[in-house]
Design a protein around this ligand. Structure first.
Ligand code: NCD
Ligand code: ZN
Length: 480
């Protein structure tokens, strides 16, 4: 009788976690990590992957992608979006609800889930929308397994209306009891539209007018309003695409007060600045919140390093190239692809000595998994975890270009930039889904993931709208 064989061993690599690097062999069985062995040891395996000279990272989790299906498949679909993710070393994506129809009820969630299960080669979480019109659907969406909720306070692709503050408070009261995290696009939409109209009236259609409409206070006000309502209700929130250095002190303040607040920034805010919009073709970097002045970059890097900013994601927001180009900035679609270039950009920072590779494991795998209730199943290389693994060659170089993207959005904010450090193989639950910059999975294998959050911690429950509408309820707040 022969000893039990495992399905796969990844041999000879340097295994990275947020706390360190160890040389080890990783055994995989039934899609899960079955053992981690010292370099001299390894069980018999059906398949062996030689990872000599490679860093072995937990598969990346990108909590902010727009894969556009249903409704806008000319911009992206689940096949192309997930292939781009796999090539970029991303093994789990959380997809945003601003599709057509939006992910605002159980039916629409089921439609999107079905599309994703048929096409995606990576695992996925689906956000439910927190909108003014669907507060009665939030609990059902939670039961349906959404990874969290998304609140658009600014305007967005798909033109979802920004909910009234009263609806946001009521939504947070509901979410606080459910315990799921709410990702927030934190921009003040009355201010930005007011300023946009004034700029348009003054014939300011140039690329920098976009930033002028959304000056820093647009982000600061929405961050602080969101955190105020989160503290009051006990809702867990996540600020997406933090772009503004002035936010950092406020993030520290709210975290210090005990608000369950996590924050992401994006590679584009660390690498790009608004002046680049004036370059030939530079208008393609129009996005929301805007790429700001260069002075924002360094404080954002520092906040990433000191943990004030919890994670890096991408806001992968592809559009057809003709929607991205033109003379009138107000007519250009907002956002651009990112899911396949974020790891090379962040590894370039490792090569430049800005970050350690352990920081990548934290910022792009462990932190997102912890924030959204997946840690242990995902986000870490540990026995029992899903075998989601990204092999990295830290010395490999590439020149970024729109033409080599797998996304349908053939638009690069980094055209011609040389990056150093590339994902060379991506495995989802033990299956190779990308190799040397190309997707390889023959069958879609993506599965939906749902969160296991800590117990909800709602506050001021005596004065929620639901409570004060109950007969005989005295509208007293919590004692203070
Ligand atoms: C995003 C999109 O196109 O869906 N665009 C953007 O400029 N960031 C929407 C969003 O994330 O706000
Ligand atoms: Zn957004």
């Amino acid at each position: 009788m022969s000893a039990a064989k495992v399905d796969l061993v990844i041999k000879g690599g340097r295994v990275v976690s947020e706390s360190g690097i160890v040389d080890a062999n990783i055994a995989v069985t039934d899609g899960k990590i079955a053992g981690i062995f010292a370099p001299a040891l390894a069980p018999d395996a059906t398949q062996v992957i030689d990872a000599t000279g490679r860093y072995v990272l937990p598969g990346l989790i990108d909590v902010h992608v727009h894969f556009r299906e249903p409704g806008m498949a000319h911009k992206e679909n689940w096949t192309t979006g997930s292939q781009a993710a796999a090539v970029g070393g991303v093994t789990t994506v959380f997809e945003m609800p601003n599709t057509d129809p939006p992910t605002d009820n159980l039916n629409n969630l089921a439609t999107k889930r079905d599309l994703a299960e048929r096409q995606s080669i990576v695992d996925f979480g689906l956000y439910g929308l927190l909108g003014e019109h669907n507060l009665s659907e939030l609990e059902r969406l939670a039961d349906g397994g959404v990874i969290g909720f998304k609140l658009f306070l600014g305007n967005t692709t798909g033109d979802l209306p920004c909910p009234d503050d009263g609806a946001v408070l009521e939504g947070f009261e509901i979410l606080a009891s459910l315990g799921l995290r709410c990702s927030i696009h934190a921009e003040n939409s009355p201010i930005l539209f007011w300023r946009q109209r004034a700029l348009q009236a003054a014939k300011r259609n140039d690329p920098l007018a976009h930033l002028a409409a959304r000056t820093d206070v647009v982000a600061l006000e929405a961050l602080n309003r969101s955190a105020t309502l989160a503290e009051w209700t006990g809702a867990r929130i996540h600020i997406v695409h933090e772009s503004c250095a002035r936010s950092i002190d406020f993030i520290k303040f709210w975290k210090g007060r005990g608000v369950d607040l996590t924050v992401e920034t994006l590679p584009q805010y660390l690498y790009l600045d608004a002046e680049m919009m004036l370059d030939d073709g530079g208008e393609v970097i129009r996005m929301n919140p805007p790429i700001r002045e260069k002075a924002h970059q360094e404080p954002l890097w520092q906040a990433v390093l000191d943990g004030t900013i919890d994670m890096i994601s991408t806001d992968h927001a592809p559009h057809a190239i003709e929607e991205k180009r033109g003379d009138d900035v107000w007519k250009l679609a907002c956002g651009f692809p990112g899911v396949e270039t974020s790891l090379p950009l962040m590894l370039t920072a490792v090569n430049r000595g800005r970050l350690r590779i352990e920081d990548i494991a934290k910022l792009m795998a462990a932190s997102p998994a912890r924030a959204f209730g997946l840690y242990g199943q995902k986000g870490v290389i540990a026995v029992g975890a899903d075998a989601d693994i990204t092999l990295v060659d830290l010395n490999a170089e590439a020149v970024l270009s729109a033409s080599s993207l797998h996304s349908k959005g053939k638009c690069s904010a980094y055209e011609g930039m040389t990056v150093k450090g590339l994902p060379v193989m991506t495995l989802v639950r033990g299956h190779v889904v990308a190799k040397n910059g190309e997707p390889v999975a023959e069958q879609p294998r993506g599965r939906m993931v749902s969160p296991t959050m800590p117990a909800p911690r709602p506050r001021n429950q005596a004065t929620t709208l639901k409570a004060v509408l109950e007969p005989h309820q005295k509208p007293y707040g919590d004692p203070f």
